[in-house]
Ligand binder design. Structure first.
Ligand code: AR6
Length: 184
């Protein structure tokens, strides 16, 4: 599904984000930036070991050895990936007490988009941040993701913003949310 927001295209797709040919892809990382399972593991495997070295360098040089806080984002190159850049962000672990986690998830999308804009990226692909290992409910997450993206696109154009969903089920949830938002 595709829709236009003020000159930018938002696209929902089912697929593997490591295959995306957008200028940047977003990684649902953890604070260590040292890789993990899920989409993080897939991105590190596909990008090659230079990505881990670059992440260690970011930890050292930009974060003073500390972990990347939840909701914030950093950028590296994509190495063996088709995408030029990987933007790493850390989603909130869902503990079921809502509002704080919702704000943090919105921060992930906003900070990743801002970093992409700073690097003159014109196309960017997101996975469904925090809805795997971190257990954020997909329906709630889809609304936060799409609302934050749409709000950002009102002030800053991208050629394409793609949500790359990993299952038909997730795609349907995001599609319903997007349809409801554009009908308003
Ligand atoms: N392409 C697109 N989406 C994918 C892919 C892929 N190749 N692989 C998985 N997904 P998760 P989180 C989907 O668990 O919840 C890691 O260990 C997946 O089906 O990857 O933010 C990190 O190191 C789900 O819909 O990320 C952290 O420790 C979505 O990506 C922790 O998991 C996010 O699931 C982060 O957990």
């Amino acid at each position: 599904m595709k829709t236009m927001i003020d000159g930018s295209t938002i696209e929902l797709q089912i697929g593997d984000i490591t295959k995306q040919r957008t200028d940047a892809i977003v990684n649902a990382a953890n604070g260590t930036l040292l890789g993990g399972g899920g989409v993080d593991g897939a991105i590190h495997r596909a990008a090659g070991k230079e990505l881990l070295a670059a992440c260690k360098n970011v930890r050292q040089e930009e974060l003073g050895g500390k972990e990347l806080p939840t909701g914030e984002a950093v950028i590296t190159r994509g190495y063996q990936l088709p995408a030029t850049y990987v933007i790493h962000t850390v989603g909130p672990v869902w503990k079921g007490n809502g509002q704080h986690e919702e704000v943090l998830l919105a921060n992930c999308y906003r900070n990743a988009l801002q970093l992409a804009a700073d690097y003159q990226v014109s196309s960017i692909a997101f996975p469904s941040i925090a809805t795997g290992v971190y257990h954020f409910p997909v329906n709630k997450a889809s609304r936060i993701a799409l609302e934050t993206i749409i709000h950002f696109l009102r002030g800053q154009a991208f050629e394409r913003v793609v949500m790359t969903l990993f299952s038909e089920k997730d795609y349907e949830v995001y599609k319903t949310s997007l349809e409801e938002m554009i009908a308003k």
